[in-house]
Ligand binder design. Structure first.
Ligand code: SF4
Ligand code: SF4
Ligand code: SF4
Length: 277
């Protein structure tokens, strides 16, 4: 019998919801274990095998010490996959990049927060190591995960949909939420989740990143039509994609400053952070 490819899962700064989605998937698709051997998966097992060919990395890089760990995984794995919006885009973790890091640390961990936990601005893992494939979403879509694993096992390169979410939404014959007064970022968001949020009546929030050639100006006009202020619209644009807009610099379609000069005051937390080992 041929040796099964060995795969491993790793978590960085994240809520671990994408790994949980994989655990959940394994309950109904146990056959996956006939095709691969999982050697490391903290969410599901205590063994920590260091011999693997495919690494799934969840979470953003948010501290200097993450870099060496990411590079070690990259050196071992033939294929590295960014698992979920935190790893793919920086995701919600990158919202802290709005403020100087010391300010964010003080806000979350209290007056001595800076000494308690190592931290720096959040980035997707592709900012540190080359990434071979991404599985977008917050959390990931389990069917897309299966499809991408299948392609990787066949030695083929996975491709993400290059059209906006509205296409999938129309195939499902959903009534358009924007037409019915509910803000939805579908026109500028990359498809691939089968328009799950609009299908349940919630506007898309862009967790899969932007569709190619997204028309932000037109999207802003639609959102203004809902009575949203420019600040509200910027907040929606940057919820998962703050890092992307930071990288765009001047052409970024946001009206508030995207950078450490944001002046909004933050209260200091009363939480007393324990000292990190
Ligand atoms: S992408 Fe979302 S669900 Fe996945 S780890 Fe990050 S915050 Fe959690
Ligand atoms: S509900 Fe959202 S995703 Fe669906 S068609 Fe309207 S804008 Fe597009
Ligand atoms: S509909 Fe939008 S927010 Fe919801 S999962 Fe899909 S891309 Fe993410």
């Amino acid at each position: 019998m041929a040796t099964k490819p060995k795969i491993a899962f790793f978590d960085f700064t994240s809520c671990e919801g994408c790994q949980l989605t994989v655990v959940d998937l394994l309950q109904t698709h146990l056959g996956l274990l006939d095709l691969v051997e999982i050697v490391q998966f903290r969410e599901a097992m205590s063994e920590k095998g260091e011999d693997y060919q495919i690494a799934f990395i969840e979470g953003s890089c948010t501290r200097k010490s993450d870099e060496a760990r990411l590079q070690k995984i990259r050196a071992q794995a033939a294929v590295v996959v960014a698992l979920g919006a935190c790893a793919h885009l920086g995701g919600v973790n990158a919202l802290k990049n709005y403020w100087p890091i010391e300010k964010a640390q003080r806000y979350v961990y209290g007056e001595h927060g800076q000494d308690a936990y190592e931290s720096y601005p959040a980035r997707p893992i592709s900012a540190v190591i080359p990434v071979d494939a991404v599985i977008p979403g917050c959390p990931i879509d389990r069917h897309e995960f299966l499809r991408i694993v299948q392609l990787l096992l066949q030695g083929r390169a996975p491709h993400l949909p290059d059209y906006p979410l509205c296409v999938e939404c129309k195939f499902k014959e959903n009534a358009c939420l924007n037409y019915h007064g509910i803000p939805c970022l579908g026109p500028i968001t990359r498809a691939g989740c089968d328009a799950i949020c609009p299908s349940y009546g919630d506007g898309c929030e862009g967790c899969r990143g932007w569709a190619p050639e997204a028309n932000f100006a037109y999207m802003r006009e639609i959102l203004r039509g809902h009575g949203l202020s420019d600040a509200d619209i910027d907040a929606r644009f940057t919820m998962f994609n703050h890092y992307q807009f930071q990288q765009m610099g001047e052409p970024a379609p946001v009206t508030t400053p995207l950078g450490p000069d944001r002046t909004a005051p933050l209260p200091t937390s009363t939480f007393a952070a324990p000292k990190e080992d």
